[in-house]
Design a protein around this ligand. Structure first.
Ligand code: ADE
Length: 268
């Protein structure tokens, strides 16, 4: 190889390196843009269920819409919109749809407390939804299964696998007494305070916890074809004394579910 050939070879290599470096930074930029574009809509039913997240987030804009207040901003470096929906399925569904349609949420997370109905579950334990179901949807008189919304092609609303994995990672750092479970969550417009009813829901739906919003959020996510997950911490056992137990334990349980949400956002 003469001098001229080796110089042109060197220039060729340099151009290749330059182009490859360019491609790398372009794909980094694309990844960063994709990351930034994701807006996470977070719904908590009660003040105590959004309080911690609200106090830790950097609020950029507060918007009153209908009777709800939406907080847009950042938490753990992730763009989020946080809202307190109020209790029950219609409140949750309405807030979820607003998050998507009016605030550009690409992902929905429902965070809060629940009544533990699985025998292995203790107070404060975390349940990550694999799927959600309406335990009070009942057209069994027409031979539909309990929870089946007639003529909908699913009985359970499947949670997103990536969000489930993120949530699992997000349980790091919880207090030692907290156990973590993954499983179905059952939702209805009823505060369950009956061992008999709790057992029926557990046996009928294989559910770990019962609450009043998750499947509504799941259904809205399903209808809008966007990913969702529900994270709940057990504030009571859904038995006869549930109301009193919840009063004493709701703050601790809300702290646990908020912890998981923040740790998830860190990893998004
Ligand atoms: N949320 C917390 N505890 C609950 C219960 N026992 N029933 C329904 N929703 C709940």
């Amino acid at each position: 190889m003469n001098f001229r050939q080796s110089i042109s070879g060197l220039i060729g290599v340099m151009i290749l390196v330059f182009l490859l470096a360019g491609c790398g930074s372009q794909s980094d930029a694309t990844e960063a843009a994709e990351k930034e574009e994701k807006v996470v809509g977070i719904i908590g039913p009660m003040e105590v269920e959004i309080d911690i997240l609200h106090s830790h987030m950097e609020v950029e804009e507060t918007t009153e819409k209908g009777n709800l207040t939406f907080y847009e901003g950042n938490l753990e470096g992730q763009p989020i919109v946080l809202v307190k929906s109020g209790i029950g399925k219609v409140n949750a569904a309405s807030a979820a749809q607003m998050l998507i349609s009016d605030f550009g949420a690409d992902v929905l997370i429902n965070s809060g407390v629940a009544g533990g109905i699985h025998p292995d579950l203790g107070l404060g334990d975390i349940v990550i939804s694999t799927k959600t179901v309406h335990h009070d949807m009942d057209e069994t008189a027409k031979d539909f299964k309990p929870g089946q919304i007639p003529y909908m092609d699913t009985r359970y609303f499947e949670a997103d696998q990536k969000l489930i994995q993120l949530a699992k990672k997000g349980t790091k750092g919880l207090p030692d007494y907290v156990d973590v479970f993954k499983g179905p969550i059952a939702t209805g417009d009823q505060f369950i305070a009956s061992e008999e009813k709790a057992n029926w829901i557990y046996e009928t739906f294989d559910a770990y916890v019962v609450e009043m919003e998750g499947a509504a959020v799941g259904q809205v996510a399903y209808l809008n074809k966007i990913p969702y997950v529900v994270i709940r911490s057990a504030s009571d056992d859904a038995g006869e004394e549930a109301a009193g137990i919840q009063e004493n334990f709701v703050e601790e349980a809300a702290k646990n579910s908020s912890h998981v949400i923040e740790e998830m956002l860190k990893r998004m």
